[in-house]
Design a binder for this molecule. Structure first.
Ligand SMILES: [Zn+2]
Length: 126
């Protein structure tokens, strides 16, 4: 959970009160819709973290889906003709292709999203 302080504009991992500000300044939850309006004012840009997470999910999904699709292609081809070597290589090529495609696509999407992020702010990437 990412929280931020409306006073010093810093972002923190959880907690109730801001550890940097004097007194008890209540931290706001970034996930709440009504707190989104503060995001452009923050010192730290948290968008890369969310962009990285969606790219990671896409890559993960591609790697997981590649194997069953490759196996399906292999078995389907094998049932129509008996050429094991041919369909095994097509199956492996499918697995590699989908994995690689998902990887490249997620990198492209991430770079495209990051284009809107200005370097002026400190990026929160952890
Ligand atoms: Zn603060």
């Amino acid at each position: 959970m990412v929280k931020f302080c409306p006073q010093c504009k810093n972002a923190f991992w959880g907690g109730q009160y801001c550890p940097k500000c004097e007194g008890e300044v209540l931290l706001l939850d970034m996930a709440n819709q009504e707190n989104r309006k503060y995001l452009p004012e923050l010192n730290v840009d948290v968008r890369p973290k969310y962009f990285a997470r969606s790219s990671m999910l896409l890559t993960c999904f591609g790697f997981i889906m590649a194997l069953p699709v490759g196996a399906f292609v292999f078995l389907r081809g094998l049932s129509s003709s008996g050429n094991v070597t041919l369909w095994a290589s097509i199956g492996v090529a499918t697995v590699v292709g989908i994995s690689w495609g998902a990887w490249v696509a997620s990198k492209k999407i991430f770079d495209k999203q990051m284009a809107s992020v200005k370097e002026a702010k400190e990026l929160q990437l952890d």
